[in-house]
Design a protein around this ligand. Structure first.
Ligand code: CTP
Length: 419
């Protein structure tokens, strides 16, 4: 029996805007069609400077829509969005992102955006300095707040000759985002998710502290993904340089003790705890509230004590909760992971490698092993952290919670497993 293709019969509107990466949209179109999608192509007039509409027309077998008026349909923006399962903008230029964030409807693409009621995925491409421009960052944030999936551009050589972040994400990443967005509408609605993220900071004195290399990116991605999929999310975060994810309540903390208190006070409220934080295991036993002067230092070693193991302690208080831990390991990933999974009585452990150039710490991408309590380990390929977050949420839903439809009939289904 032939297996169903990933995008079988999905109606996708592929919008191509005026970037040199427009040529990559040709291959993307072919792949979408190979995956079973029915694709209509919309091009802005700048996009037609890079690739002729005829190319898309021949490959899609449909007329390419370019203008608000005088195309095949009298009201193309309404006709196209009415039928669409998803709108994919690839490549999305800086101008296009700004226009869509502001809701400007002065051409077909802008109008289509305002009229759309289906999920939207945008794959930006531009020069690195443009992506970093503060106004653009604000537009991207606005779009994400409205539930639009805006992918991060990739690092690498750019058309300008410079190297930086601005390349159109790789085709398989765009496809993964499309598949993911279609599969996950609001399947986490009704869940209350407590996420911890980032490092902790354990003071030595008024200006010095012990911390670790965690950037918080994985935890923020988990919080953002859960909120986008309909969950109520509280993010308890150690110090990071990241903006708060949209539609998430953020609680900033510094020390492991503070993180413990904030998580504990919200634990009863939550249905799922996702413990992504790299909690410091040790803290100075006698921190000074003043700055220790150089000449006051006697050369004595710093005396340390253990911080609370937050996950372990909350796991002892669990009732209906699903508990997910993140292990930072440098060796024997599986064996050490299994030990932690059982010691901390978790439903799922995400095992990260934290050594080498591909370390989980600080990188935009991550490669992990998922260890469900009863199931077999799942090796997940290297993915951007935001996409990985969706994969992890999928696994939690499948292995620890169960399908959304059955939840209303099951008051304590938190740790139920599906067969
Ligand atoms: N964790 C915690 N409190 C701590 C230390 C860790 O809640 N004091 C949580 C982390 O947030 C993570 C999980 O426990 O979800 C595993 O953390 P990890 O640092 O990998 O392991 P540790 O328990 O610290 O054990 P070890 O240092 O021996 O690897």
């Amino acid at each position: 029996m032939m297996s169903e293709k990933a995008l079988q019969s999905k109606r996708i509107v592929l919008c191509v805007t005026g970037s040199i990466a427009a040529y990559k949209a040709v291959s993307l179109l072919r792949t979408l069609i190979e995956e079973g999608a029915e694709v209509s192509v919309v091009m802005t007039s700048s996009a037609t400077q890079f690739v002729a509409p005829l190319t898309f027309e021949v490959l899609s077998g449909r007329p390419v829509l370019q203008r608000l008026f005088a195309d095949v349909h009298p009201m193309p923006h309404l006709k196209v969005t009415e039928d669409a399962d998803l709108i994919l903008v690839a490549p999305a230029t800086a101008n296009c992102l700004a226009k869509c964030a502001l809701g400007l409807a002065d051409d077909l693409l802008g109008t289509l955006f305002v009229a759309a009621r289906c999920p939207i995925v945008m794959a930006p491409a531009m020069d690195g300095d443009m992506w970093d421009y503060p106004a653009l960052a604000a537009h991207v944030r606005t779009l994400r707040e409205r539930g639009v999936v805006v992918l991060e551009p990739e690092d690498g050589p750019l058309a300008s000759g410079l190297t930086g972040k601005g390349r159109l994400p790789a085709e398989h990443m765009i496809l993964e985002a499309v598949r993911a967005r279609l599969a996950r509408q609001r399947d986490w609605a009704g869940q209350r998710v407590l996420v911890s993220a980032g490092p902790t900071r354990e003071p030595i004195d008024a200006v010095r502290f012990i911390t670790n290399a965690s950037s918080g990116k994985m935890g923020y991605a988990m919080a953002e993904a859960a909120a986008q999929r309909g969950a109520e999310v509280v993010l308890v975060s150690g110090p990071t340089a990241l903006p708060p994810p949209p539609n998430v309540t953020c609680v900033p903390v510094l020390t492991a003790e503070e993180m413990h208190q904030e998580l504990e006070s919200r634990f009863a409220w939550s249905t799922v705890l996702v413990m992504t934080a790299a909690v410091g295991d040790f803290r100075p036993r006698h921190p000074s509230s003043a700055k220790t002067k150089k000449h006051e230092w006697t050369g004595e070693p710093l005396e340390l004590e253990r911080t609370p193991d937050i996950l372990q302690s909350l796991s002892q208080k669990r009732t209906h909760h699903v508990l997910v831990g993140f292990a930072a390991e440098s060796e024997d990933l599986l064996a050490n992971g299994r030990k932690k999974l059982h010691q901390k009585n978790l439903d799922l452990l995400v095992v990260n490698r934290i050594t080498g150039p591909q370390s989980a710490f600080g990188n935009e991408t991550n490669e992990v092993i998922l260890l469900p309590r009863d199931g077999t380990p799942i090796q997940v390929e290297r993915l951007p952290k935001r996409i990985l977050a969706d994969r992890i949420l999928d696994t939690i839903r499948e292995q620890c919670i169960g399908p959304p439809a059955s939840r209303s009939q099951q008051p304590h289904e938190g740790i139920r497993r599906i067969q």
